[in-house]
Design a protein around this ligand. Sequence first.
Ligand SMILES: [Ca+2]
Length: 214
Amino acid sequence: MKHTITLLALAGALAAPAAGAVDLVRTDFDSDAEGWRALNGVAAQGWVESGGDPGGFFSALDSGGGVVFVYDAPAAYLGDQSAALGGTLSFSLKTSTQAFPMSNNQATVRIIGGGITLAAVVGDAPGLDWTHYTLDLVPTSFRIGDAGGELATAEDLAWVFGQVETLRIRGEFSQIIDRGGLDTVVLSAVPEPATWALALAGVAGLAWRRRFAR
Ligand SMILES: [Ca+2]
């Protein structure tokens, strides 16, 4: 019975939603663009003081050239981000129009490093008000190259997250000229699997001793 109770308690702890999550890099756009910029067919871009999710946010206006514009992350998100493996990348997006939607078969997030591009489609297109997205940084979230590529492996993720050169979030979702917004970008880590493995081994060991000490 003790085993059952212990394992149920442990299962509950494992299922808890990232209780020990730690922000590794975070952008709230409180006072400026914090190094973010928009690329690929952008007519205008910049920091907006209010109306974000919450507070300030970053905004970009499509130039209408038929190229999907993206938000390009600053240096704080680049380099060795191995600590984020198994964690999440979350962010908020909004758009000015949902007319003439583009197909959603393009990656929402692209993370590039060491010659490999990890591409992830995260949910549906954003709404006219803020839509929050959370991308789990695990192999099943990513495909290689583009949204239609092969599934990424744990090795692919370890390789790319050890040397991130580019991190981009899609900003454009309509075929007509649209204005997009980005806010509250957070790269977070959860307690490492090794920690959980040790905890599990410890509990199992304890249960074993109890069982045979009688
Ligand atoms: Ca904000």
